[in-house]
Design a protein around this ligand. Structure first.
Ligand SMILES: Nc1ncnc2c1ncn2[C@@H]1O[C@H](COP(=O)(O)OP(=O)(O)OP(=O)(O)O)[C@@H](O)[C@H]1O
Length: 299
């Protein structure tokens, strides 16, 4: 089992005196795994620790049966696409892939074959001769995936890949990740709830370095059942409603505002509705001590 699993036990990480991760325990299996949390929650720290780019203070991590201390072996197993991805802007797509293959110690035949397969998979075949700097944001991210998969890793880690992409490119990109996850572990870190909802069955939520939730998206949605309501409010009612409830969306039409909000108990004049992932995420944060004003969650 552990051959296809990442196991994290009692992981703590400090930057100087600042503790960034507190006693994290996680088990991650094949498929898409979503890591969700606000800015500063500790997502990048966790991913960089898995990619052996930074070192933990204590705890145990094994990636597909290999202890994290064995960085050389771990790097063969893991492909990593960092938040700020940029490579060789003046090279063409083909040259950049080939060069990275050289750095990974691949022979010429292997490099050619893998580059062809991967550029086809990420839909960049017709752009092989384009300079990296001339690619759109979405194409650059797709090239990022291709380079991270060059050595055919069992695990792909992707840190906030869809920030700044237009909706069409975002959807293409997350579909690509789902395809890649058919035969490996893909960890997707983001604070964009919609990307997780569309692609992941299992997730973890981090907040201030602590693991708040680890389980399925469905189970998280269940925790919000009976706690999400909609109401059409007059302008005069709004200040009171905003004060009393956590509002997750607002749409103003003329004098009336359609609001969606969270409440632990039924509210007179409001209609209960089915929770979405954003509601459930906000409710979970809220019940675990986070505070937020009115409309929350980034899209
Ligand atoms: N090199 C560093 N030195 C000191 N503190 C750091 C360093 N890197 C991160 N931190 C702190 O550790 C905490 C976790 O940061 P991290 O970047 O892991 O969060 P994140 O969830 O990835 O956030 P974001 O969504 O903004 O990228 C934050 O409080 C951050 O300020």
């Amino acid at each position: 089992m552990s051959k296809n699993t990442i196991i994290i036990q009692n992981l703590n990480k400090f930057y100087g005196n600042k503790q960034a991760l507190f006693d994290i325990n996680l088990k991650i299996e094949k498929g898409m795994f979503g890591l969700l949390g606000r800015n500063g929650a500790g997502k990048t720290t966790l991913m960089k620790t898995l990619a052996t780019l930074i070192h933990k203070k204590d705890g145990e991590i094994t990636v597909c049966g290999v202890a994290i201390e064995n960085a050389k072996e771990i790097r063969k197993i893991i492909g990593y696409l960092p938040q700020e991805f940029s490579i060789y802007p003046s090279m063409s797509v083909r040259e950049a892939m080939d060069y990275l293959g050289v750095l990974s110690g691949m022979n010429r035949k292997e490099r050619k074959k893998r580059t062809e397969i991967l550029l086809n998979q990420v839909n960049l075949t017709e752009h092989v001769n384009k300079k990296v700097k001339a690619l759109s944001g979405g194409m650059k991210r797709r090239l990022g995936i291709a380079q991270a998969l060059l050595h055919d890793p069992k695990v792909l880690i992707v840190d906030e890949p869809t920030a700044g992409l237009d909706p069409e490119e975002r959807i293409h990109f997350r579909n690509l990740l789902s395809e890649v996850a058919e035969d490996r572990i893909v960890i997707l870190s983001t604070h964009i709830v919609g990307d997780i909802e569309a692609t992941c069955e299992n997730i973890a939520i981090l907040n201030n370095g602590r693991l708040l939730y680890h389980g399925t998206v469905d189970a998280l949605l269940t925790t919000a059942t009976g706690k999400v309501f909609t109401k059409i409010a007059n302008k005069s009612e709004l200040p009171k409603l905003k004060k009393e409830y956590s509002i997750t969306s607002m749409l103003t039409l003329g004098n009336q505002t359609h609001i969606r909000f969270l409440s632990d108990s039924p509210v007179s004049g409001a209609v209960e509705c089915e929770p979405n992932m954003e509601d459930a995420y906000m409710l979970y944060l809220y019940h675990n001590g986070a505070t937020f004003e009115s409309v929350g969650g980034e899209r």
